[in-house]
Design a protein around this ligand. Structure first.
Ligand code: KIV
Length: 267
């Protein structure tokens, strides 16, 4: 039973024009609890967990089973935030019935409140079908990492006027299709601003400038836990990777010296 304080897709949608909001990715129970306690309204179980949690080079190999496993862990850690499951590559592209079946698994088996799928205007039949079947959808346009092979790499999108027009059109069509919000990834700030001003649906930027209604980052990037590649749009708020390494080294040295466990740790 959802509580009064539980964020819903409708409540996120209603933030448009009222307040700016921060979202982050979550992949596990402990981090989800901390993010929820910190008051973040939306946690995305991003397919970026392919890299941050599983060590793959990109998001393409991550499976439905892995995404369900992580989504369920996040849902167990959350009381208030909206839990959005990222539908992995080839879990929704083949057909609308495949998309409904897999999105339904995120809700039924893993406790997700909504799903995210990548793609512009061409994706609206799938988006509409999911919404008609009771599953709120977060859109995602601009740089869509599941299409890196078609895009030729991780490149800023919408720099040319025709591309910018196409993205503006995608945003309008997604809003009409009924997404409760849409991620705008890697585009010039002026385009992020224009889309945000034009559509009645909240935009959530990642590398799309300061004018979006909300912002999202990969939690591992913000915490300094994942330093193999740091995109320009990341702001690091902590250096936990270095802190963790220091703690591991201190523990290793204590054990080698025989100073851990101390008498206070013994029965
Ligand atoms: O998978 C992911 O982390 C994303 C971003 C939008 C944060 O899709």
């Amino acid at each position: 039973m959802p509580t009064e304080s539980k964020w819903t897709a409708g409540k996120i949608k209603a933030l448009k024009g009222r307040e700016k909001f921060a979202c982050l990715t979550a992949y596990d129970y402990t981090t989800a609890r901390l993010l929820d306690e910190a008051g973040l309204p939306l946690l995305l179980v991003g397919d970026s967990l392919a890299m941050t949690m599983l060590g793959y080079a990109d998001t393409l190999p991550v499976t439905m089973e892995a995404m369900l496993h992580h989504t369920a862990a996040v849902a167990r850690g959350v009381k208030s935030a909206l839990v959005v499951a990222d539908m992995p590559f080839m879990s929704y592209q083949a057909s609308i019935s495949q998309a409904i079946e897999n999105a339904g698994r995120f809700v039924k088996q893993a406790g997700a409140d909504a799903v995210k799928i990548e793609g512009g205007a061409f994706r609206t039949p799938t988006i509409k079908a999911l919404i008609e079947n009771g599953i709120p959808v977060l859109g995602h346009i601009g740089l869509t990492p599941q299409s890196i092979h078609a895009m030729g790499g991780y490149k800023v999108q919408g720099k040319k006027p025709a591309e910018a027009q196409a993205l503006l059109h995608d945003a309008q069509v997604l809003a009409e299709a009924g997404v409760f919000a849409m991620v705008l990834e890697c585009m010039p700030p002026a385009l992020g601003e224009e889309i945000t001003r034009t559509v009645p649906t909240p935009t959530i930027g990642i590398g799309a400038g300061p004018h979006c209604d909300g912002q999202i980052l990969v939690t591992h990037d913000l915490l300094g836990l994942f330093s193999e590649f740091t995109p320009k749009f990341v702001k690091r708020y902590a250096n936990l990777g270095a802190e963790m390494k220091k703690a591991f080294e201190a523990y290793k040295a204590d054990v080698a010296k025989g100073t851990f466990p101390g008498t206070e740790h013994c029965y």
